[in-house]
Design a protein around this ligand. Structure first.
Ligand code: ZN
Length: 558
């Protein structure tokens, strides 16, 4: 676009819309340079440099802001979230993520509080509990939840497809002591054979509540998207991948479009259509879905899921789990079907993004990608492996060779790292070998996978730098990143996952003015401070989309 090329000249001639000056602007450009000032015109960056250099861009109408904050960084990008679900849970459900909830008692209190404002008989739902982070180190059960809300069915989803429900919910779903374990699932029972209210639901078909839960209408989804945008903006994020959109409920896409058309979308959304679970579904999908959209809302990829997780011992490995010599984990696809689905989507022009944990599962996906690329050498497809916990050394070389994107969640290292080493032994520690990926030149993109992790990117930055677990162990210290590298996993490298590295991910002329003013100087701060740093102001397309209350990010005298 020639006007973007001419933007500096345009801004200098007629004046910039906004000038930021007198700050520490971490640009994340090629040289990782720190600038003092920036000029913005038409939502894009016209100039980055010094206070003197920005002066010619100041016209009569230019809003000039003297920065008074720790630093400015590019708006953060997170490449794997359940964004719409976050908004729904935040508005209408209960967020059960640590540190909001630290014990079963906290869960009971949170559910009881919700019950007080909910009509008798209506469902209460929540997401984000993790028994490893609870004081009691056990699952919440039906009896706990009966105490909190005896007159409402209660459904509390956990990371890794576990559910805790109360007695009324069990009654509605017809679950009794005679209910057998479904395929891809488990009904937990006590010593007397009574269901405890806890379920493992690897696939939705194993979830007895799947059909019972009230459907959420499009308008509520739109409200949820606006809420999610606000909360992600408040943590410095301006671009989000929503990882599962449209397949179960096509109006997800309508909700995004409506929000966008009303100008209420304050984060760029790159949506993955999914889940796609069978070859038949893959064939149907390419008949009625295509990539479309623009830099604000786009359907760009397809979500597939191959294996499970380490915590439920369903990640698929060459070697078994500790103490379970016949348990190698499991997959939801045969290798043949997965290979065929990847080929179909590759040929249809999609980026495939596959949930993959164990070393053997990773090899299957790489085989599938290599096969598709060999049969049809479509340039630069950027297929993605989501989670990519335990690649072998050869797999890491193949990831590089095939141009595969490594999509990681460094927050998991903190919250689940102790469980990995317990269930896998010493090999569990080197989960997500971030430094090795980077040394090989692989584009590492970071994210939180809410509700599998809490959303603040500052925790992810800190966890990538420290690899410190919940119990205070540092696992596989040689894979720790520098602060500069950690920031790139949330900016320029993540932009590659979305094919947007020429538009976002660094603060350079011609790119969108997506940026954050933080209260802390990320590059100078003691590492411990990073996980508590605060976004003072977040800007998207040169417009302020979030400002902290009582914020100090600019000088008062303006
Ligand atoms: Zn996910």
């Amino acid at each position: 676009m020639s006007w973007v090329k001419d933007l500096p000249k345009i801004a200098e001639t007629i004046g910039a819309d906004t000038v930021l000056r007198d700050g520490k602007i971490i640009t994340v450009d090629e040289d990782d340079s720190i600038a003092q000032a920036m000029a913005i015109k038409y939502g894009r960056i016209a100039y980055v440099g010094t206070n003197d250099g920005v002066t010619p861009y100041i016209g009569n109408q230019t809003k000039v802001i003297d920065l008074k904050c720790g630093c400015v960084t590019p708006g953060l990008i997170t490449s794997h979230e359940h964004f719409l679900r976050y908004g729904l849970n935040a508005l209408f459900g209960i967020d059960l993520w640590y540190p909001k909830v630290k014990s079963i008692r906290d869960i009971i209190d949170a559910v009881a509080e919700k019950a007080r404002e909910t009509t008798k008989g209506e469902w209460i739902f929540g997401w984000g509990w993790d028994e490893n982070l609870l004081k009691e180190k056990r699952y919440p059960n039906r009896w706990d939840l009966d105490e909190a809300a005896p007159k409402n069915p209660v459904y509390l989803g956990r990371v890794y497809q576990k559910v805790a429900a109360n007695s009324l919910a069990l009654k509605i779903a017809g679950v009794t002591r005679d209910t057998p374990d479904p395929e891809y699932g488990k009904v937990y029972k006590d010593e007397d054979g009574e269901p405890t209210g806890v379920f493992l639901t690897i696939l939705p078909s194993a979830n007895p509540f799947e059909e019972m839960m009230p459907k959420i209408n499009t308008q509520r989804k739109e409200e949820a998207i606006v809420k999610a945008c606000h909360d992600y903006n408040a943590e410095g994020m301006t671009t989000v991948v929503d990882a599962v959109v449209g397949a179960a409920e096509p109006d997800d896409l309508v909700a995004y479009q409506n929000t966008r058309m009303r100008g209420e979308l304050t984060a760029r959304i790159y949506a993955l259509y999914g889940f796609v679970r069978t070859v038949k579904q893959a064939k149907e999908t390419i008949q009625h879905v295509s990539t479309y959209g623009d830099d604000m809302f786009k359907v760009g990829g397809i979500k597939l899921s191959l294996d499970g997780g380490v915590v439920p011992k369903t990640g698929y490995f060459y070697d078994p789990y500790i103490g379970e010599p016949t348990n190698f984990g499991r997959t939801k696809w045969t290798k043949e079907d997965l290979t065929e689905a990847i080929r179909l989507f590759h040929d249809a022009g999609f980026q495939t993004c596959t949930h993959t944990i164990g070393d053997k599962a990773i090899d299957w996906v790489l085989d599938g990608i290599e096969n598709a690329m060999k049969l049809n050498p479509r340039p630069d497809p950027r297929h993605q492996i989501i989670h990519i916990y335990y690649p072998t050394a050869e797999a890491i070389d193949r990831v590089k060779r095939l141009g595969v994107m490594a999509n990681v969640q460094s927050t998991f290292i903190h919250f689940e790292g102790d469980t990995y080493t317990r269930f896998l032994g010493p090999r569990g520690a080197c989960v997500k070998p971030l430094k090795t990926f980077i040394k090989k030149g692989i584009a590492v993109g970071n994210s939180h996978d809410y509700p599998s992790g809490p959303i603040p990117a500052r925790i992810g930055l800190w966890a990538a730098i420290t690899r410190e677990t919940f119990e205070g162990n540092v696992i596989c210290p040689e894979e720790r990143l520098t602060v500069q590298e950690a920031l790139k996993t949330y900016t320029i490298w993540n932009a590659k996952h979305l094919f947007m590295e020429n538009k976002i991910g660094s603060l350079e002329p011609g790119k969108y003015a997506d940026l954050v003013a933080w209260d802390t100087n990320l590059y100078d701060a003691p590492t411990e401070k990073i996980k508590d740093m605060r976004a003072e102001m977040t800007m998207l397309n040169g417009e302020i989309v979030y400002e902290a209350q009582g914020s100090q990010w600019k000088r008062k005298d303006q």
